[in-house]
Design a protein around this ligand. Structure first.
Ligand code: ZN
Length: 163
């Protein structure tokens, strides 16, 4: 018979934690008191592991995010890890702001200088020849704005038109 546990030692941090501190999984794992399978690493350790892997190599996460965004917005997607590597700035510097990328998180979100995949022409989607790696802050500011609108934004602030 399976052993049903309420508490379990996390294989990573070695803390004895209640079953709710471990994520559920379908295929394999240990069995909690409700007869559900759980991961052997606690949620906190999983998060840490994810962040460390991201810092070492952010490309898998960037690729996965782009697939999710393409699906949600019904955009084309045919890029691979290799395509991202090809357009990666060699000096690890954001080509727009000329500041180095920072692989990391702040308050649960990627940092402003985290590398981010941008679609040069937004509605063409994530296809070869239409992607560039820039800092997250630039990507967020640009969003889906056209070059014309970006110029208007810049002019608005340069000319102090809000006064
Ligand atoms: Zn743990």
């Amino acid at each position: 018979m399976k052993k049903l546990r309420e508490f379990k030692l996390c294989r990573k941090c070695n803390k004895e934690l209640s079953y709710g501190k471990f994520r559920e999984r379908k295929d394999t794992g240990w069995t909690d008191i409700n007869n559900k399978l759980r991961y052997t690493y606690c949620r906190e350790c999983e998060k840490k592991r994810f962040k460390e892997a991201y810092k070492r190599n952010p490309i898998p996460q960037m690729l996965s995010n782009s697939k999710i965004r393409a699906k949600a917005k019904n955009l084309a997607h045919n890029i691979t890890t290799e395509d991202i590597k090809k357009v990666w700035p060699k000096d690890n510097i954001c080509p727009v702001l000329k500041k180095p990328f920072e692989m990391g998180f702040k308050l649960g979100k990627t940092k402003s200088m985290a590398p981010s995949l941008d679609k040069i022409i937004p509605n063409k989607g994530y296809i070869r020849g239409n992607i560039v790696v820039i800092s997250d802050i630039v990507n967020r500011l640009k969003s889906d704005a056209s070059l014309e609108d970006l110029k208007k934004i810049l002019n608005f602030y340069i000319k102090n038109e809000y006064k």
